[in-house]
Design a binder for this molecule. Structure first.
Ligand SMILES: *C/C=C(C)/C=C/C=C(C)/C=C/C1=C(C)CCCC1(C)C
Length: 238
C-alpha cells in the first residue's frame, strides 16, 4: 500500500490507509450521487422515487465522509458522525426494499418493522462503541447482532420474500440481490466492530486491530453504491 500511494504525488505524504479510504470513499459517494440523480431522468416514472432514494443514501454518506475524513486526519474519533450517517441511510435502504415491493402490495407495517429493527441494531451498536449504558461492547454487539438477524430473516423468509415471489421477474431478482447485500455485504460491519472493540473475539480479530474505520469504509462503499446500482439496474430493465 505504501508503494502504491507514493505513485500519486498528492498522496505521497504520511496519509494513512484510514485517511486514504475516507478520501476515496468521499469521492466515490459524491460521484455515485451525481450518477443516481441524473439517472432519475432516464428511468420510468414509477422508479424515479427509488432512484432519488439511492442518490440520497450516497449523498448523505458523502457529506459525512467529508466530515469524517477531516476528523480522522486531525486524529479525532469518527464514531458519532458514523452513526448519524447510518441512522439516516440504513432506514433509507429499508425504504428501497419497500418501494420495489410496493406495487406487489408491500405495506407500511413492513417498512416500519425494518426501520425499527435497524434502529435497534444501530443504537445498540453505538452504545457498544461509545461505552454507554449497562452492557459492555460484546453484549451490546450481541443485541445488535440479534436485530441484524431479524432483518435478514424478514427479508429472506418473511413477508417481504413472499411479496417478491408474487411479483416475480425483475422485481424478484432485484429483491434477491438486495437480500444478498444485506446477508453478505452488511456482515462486514460486525467484523469492523469486533476489530475495534474488546470482547471474547479480541484474540481472533487482533490482526485487524486499528482497522475499524477502514473496514466500515469498505462496507459502506460496497453496500451503499451496490444497493443503488441494483435499483438502477431494475429501473432500466424492461
Ligand atoms: C450504509 C450503512 C450501512 C448499510 C450500515 C450497516 C450497519 C450494520 C449492518 C451494522 C451492524 C452491527 C452489528 C450487526 C453488530 C455490531 C454493531 C454493528 C452496529 C456494527
Amino acid at each position: 500500500m505504501e508503494n502504491l500511494l507514493s505513485i500519486l504525488p498528492v498522496l505521497a505524504t504520511d496519509l494513512s490507509l484510514t485517511d486514504f479510504t475516507f478520501w476515496i470513499g468521499f469521492a466515490a459517494m459524491l460521484a455515485s450521487t451525481m450518477f443516481f440523480f441524473s439517472a432519475m431522468n432516464m428511468v420510468a416514472d414509477k422508479w424515479k422515487t427509488s432512484m432519488l432514494v439511492s442518490a440520497l443514501i450516497t449523498g448523505i454518506a458523502a457529506l459525512h465522509y467529508y466530515y469524517m475524513r477531516n476528523a480522522a486526519m486531525e486524529g479525532d474519533i469518527t464514531t458519532a458522525y458514523r452513526y448519524v450517517d447510518w441512522i439516516l441511510t440504513v432506514p433509507l435502504m429499508c425504504v428501497e426494499f419497500y418501494l420495489i415491493l410496493k406495487p406487489s402490495g408491500a405495506t407500511k407495517s413492513l417498512l416500519w418493522k425494518l426501520i425499527l429493527l435497524s434502529t435497534v441494531m444501530l443504537v445498540t451498536g453505538y452504545f457498544g462503541e461509545a461505552g454507554i449504558g449497562p452492557l459492555d461492547a460484546q453484549l451490546w454487539g450481541l443485541v445488535s447482532g440479534i436485530a441484524y438477524f431479524a432483518i435478514v430473516a424478514e427479508i429472506w423468509f418473511g413477508g417481504a420474500s413472499k411479496l417478491a415471489k408474487s411479483a416475480g421477474g425483475n422485481v424478484e431478482s432485484a429483491h434477491k440481490m438486495l437480500c444478498k447485500f444485506v446477508l453478505i455485504g452488511w456482515a462486514i460491519y460486525p467484523i469492523g466492530y469486533m476489530a475495534g472493540t474488546d470482547g471474547w473475539y479480541s484474540g481472533i480479530f487482533s490482526g485487524l486491530a486499528g482497522q475499524m474505520d477502514v473496514i466500515y469504509n469498505v462496507g459502506d462503499a460496497i453496500n451503499k453504491i451496490g444497493f443503488g446500482l441494483v435499483v438502477y439496474n431494475l429501473a432500466v430493465s424492461k
